[in-house]
Design a protein around this ligand. Structure first.
Ligand SMILES: Cc1ncc(COP(=O)(O)O)c(C=O)c1O
Length: 482
């Protein structure tokens, strides 16, 4: 019989679980990697292209197992090492994911125990942690007694679950074909996608006009609702944004809540990105009105420094969740709730669900609420530093000032046509990314191609922001030169 520490050679039968010494080596390797990754400095590239031959190797699945250390090395060096490093401190595109090493640890611990977080009986500890965190997040946004929610995979799923509630609480079955929802063109695409998934057609969505700061115009909303009612449609929900992806704009939540109240509309707030500022006392006021949302999306894998797959849906009245999501089956009875609180599998779309809360719990335990709040506030001041750098660089224009850590700007010197400037900005962002120094995104605002920085990595420095702007300037001038 083979001793634990002698791994089988290539082609030999393996047991389900590798031996303990083999495992210990592999986990140590991962631990070393984690520490090195956490300490990756300013020299590490924010983007790495895979060499042509690296990825092809990944498609081979061997008939017989191979040594763990060898397979792990392939995984780390070929499968994991390439692409955009969204946790790099100079990754400013999309919504970055500056996941804390504490989140990696919590995630790994949850993965090892692999509790089924659908029912309390299957995961008493994980359920208690999740309930505690949901309470904490509800309190942070000003939700009162009776509020609640659950962890989901991210903002898209939270938006979908929130809109399911809206549909089920505000429309009868017969009214569904006439149901109408109100968004703006700045609302994240996952909202329209969610509506499609839950059975609405695109012509049941109204795009409400926005003001100069790209926030929903409450007067236009009220007008659209009145017009729809007059035409026999059945307005039932508004999806407002607390931090749009494009510019960080926050819709006027309190005014929209007034309209929803008087018109009996469900208010869903997509705070996937921006709700995190609720934890920064200095910035919390910009979310005023969020506590009136019937449902709210909040992604921990964005600005709460968690690894991907960690979002939250909150509901002002959590008692409404089972109405949309509870299920019963004979084969589930063994895990059924015994106390008064329903199981998480009755509160959202998933049955089997991983323990997503452990990583955020560990992060908050170690950093504390104030530490996380300071890390969030840091992002806001980084974007302001970038704005100062852009304002101080001739030929550049601020398109949307720093707002919730997002800055939109554009190289547009005198004498360069709008179309030519579009091409120069796009090429400058591309070249910066290919160089690997930083990744800055592009978007369109007011029809023109702009550069966009979302600066939420708390370890980034003002110098990182200044150097990124300086490099963009040098690239733009070089590209635009005749
Ligand atoms: C404002 C907003 N809402 C929703 C989403 C979708 O979230 P997820 O990608 O976690 O599904 C995003 C993603 O960036 C977002 O920025």
């Amino acid at each position: 019989m083979r001793a634990d520490f002698s791994p089988p050679g290539r082609g030999e039968e393996r047991r389900h679980t590798p031996g303990s010494s083999e495992l210990a080596v592999a986990f140590r390797r991962l631990g070393d990697l984690a520490v090195a990754h956490a300490a990756r400095g300013t020299g590490a590239p924010a983007f790495r292209r895979a060499p042509a031959d690296a990825l092809g190797r990944l498609c081979d699945i061997p008939d017989h197992g191979r040594p763990l250390d060898e397979a792990l090395e392939t995984l780390l060096s070929d499968a994991m090492a390439y692409g955009m490093d969204t946790g790099h401190r100079r990754f400013f595109a999309f919504i970055p994911s500056p996941a804390s090493p504490l989140s990696w640890l919590g995630d790994l611990a949850a993965s090892i125990h692999n509790r089924h977080a659908g029912s309390e009986l299957q995961s008493e500890g994980a359920t208690a942690v999740e309930r505690g965190l949901i309470r904490f997040l509800c309190d942070a946004v000003g939700y009162g007694a009776g509020s609640g929610g659950l962890f989901v995979s991210g903002g898209s799923m939270a938006n979908l679950a929130g809109l399911c509630l809206a549909r089920d609480r505000r429309l009868t079955r017969d009214e569904r074909p006439r149901g109408v929802v109100y968004l703006t063109r700045e609302t994240h695409a996952s909202v329209a996608k969610a509506l499609r998934v839950i059975g609405f057609f695109d012509d049941q969505i109204r795009m409400i006009a926005t003001d100069d700061a790209l926030r929903m115009e409450p007067a236009a909303l009220a007008e659209a609702v009145a017009e729809d009612r007059a035409n026999g449609a059945r307005p039932f929900a508004v999806a407002a944004s607390a931090g749009t992806t494009n510019t960080g704009a926050i819709d006027p939540l309190a005014e929209i809540a007034d309209i929803c109240e008087s018109e009996d509309l469900w208010l869903h707030v997509d705070g996937a990105y921006g709700a995190s500022v609720a934890l920064s006392p200095a910035h919390r006021a910009c979310l005023t009105g969020i506590e009136r949302a019937d449902s709210l999306s909040w992604d921990a894998h964005k600005w709460l420094f968690q690894t991907y797959g960690c979002g939250v849906l909150l509901a002002r009245d959590a008692g409404q969740l089972p109405g949309s999501f509870a299920l019963t089956s004979d084969y589930l009875r063994d895990g059924a709730a015994e106390g008064v609180e329903p199981n998480f599998w009755d509160l959202g779309p998933e049955l089997t669900r991983p323990d997503r809360a452990a990583r955020l719990w560990l992060t908050l335990q170690v950093m504390g609420r104030s530490g996380v709040g300071r890390a969030i506030a840091r992002g806001i001041s980084l974007a302001e530093a970038a704005e100062r750098a852009v304002r101080g660089t001739p030929g550049w224009r601020i398109v949307s000032p720093a707002q919730l850590a997002i800055l939109v700007f554009r190289y547009a010197p005198e004498g360069l046509s709008d179309e030519a400037a579009d091409a120069v900005n796009a090429a400058a962002a591309r070249r910066l990314m290919e160089d690997g120094f930083a990744v800055v995104g592009t978007t369109r605002v007011g029809g023109r191609l702009c550069l966009r920085m979302c600066a939420i990595h708390p370890d980034a420095t003002d110098e990182d922001m200044e150097e990124t702007v300086a490099r963009l300037d040098a690239l733009a001038r070089e590209i635009a030169a005749p």
